[in-house]
Design a binder for this molecule. Sequence first.
Ligand code: ADE
Ligand code: ZN
Length: 334
Amino acid sequence: MKTFIDALPKVELHCHIEGTFEPELMFKLAQRNGVDLPYDSIESLREAYQFTRLQDFLDIYYQGMNVLQTEQDFFDLTWKYLEKSHQQNVRHSEIFFDPQGHLPRGVSFSTVVNGISEALKQAQTEFGMTSELIMCFLRHLDEQDAMDTLEAARPYKDLIVGVGLDSSELGHPPSKFERVFTLARAQGYKCVAHAGEEGPSQYVREAIELLQVDRIDHGNNALDDPQLIRELAQTKLPLTVCPLSNTRLCVVDSMEDHPIKKMLDHGLRATVNSDDPAYFGGYMNENYYAIVDSLNLGKEDIITLAKNSIESTFTTQQRKQDLLEELSHYASNH
Ligand code: ADE
Ligand code: ZN
């Protein structure tokens, strides 16, 4: 099954570029920029990656991104992720970035977006790998901060396919950003939101009804509400599920208890993603291995998951068609 997963043409829909920051690169860039890290070695940094909830991780994640300063830094970070993803046969990726993690440090919007976008362009040329960018609002900050970020993105609209909502979920419901999402949608952005990761099923409902999202990021806790399950099965609203993230952040007790199998059984459009692979112990393949091993999934399930991802992308109809054909060819030959 491992070789089947390795060579499977995959699509990733939920990966934070700042969450792909491997300790080796972090130390290298810290030295290049003359930034002091509060760890004396790569090993001691890795040892700090012990989380019991989302906030434990976020504290370390925001600390790590302080190292990123120049366009070259954002290029290098993105390029490493793209190389790794290409090795794992990821054919298309929709990548999150957190402008509000950078703008207050004096790093300009153009530095961030141009550095990332140059790497995306190079991956298309060198690997034939396609991608899209999604700008996330940090939900622990206020509505006005998100509005200002939406405004700052205006000159870069052509480089950004959608907006998302991430960071500390509990106490920051989707309703807080209803007006921002209404504006973003009017400007032509696709909309997604993290919901039901640590927060209740009610937050998933709010994301759907108030933010009118095109996908839910995570969505695990939607399974607490039978009526919501029926609606998700009917509308096929995609869920971008992140198995290793969920066990590392203790939002599920063990991989054997992971809800992704139940989601498939209910007919929900669940997909597999890595979230913050440098922090959670694995990229796309490792996430597939984890659920296949623990939930006894078969090849049919894997193909369903891979197909769900393609059907949930924000790419062109033509690219979607090409990806579906590539997958269908793979499925009939393996
Ligand atoms: N930012 C990066 N990873 C995240 C996650 N898993 N949940 C919320 N915000 C995040
Ligand atoms: Zn996430």
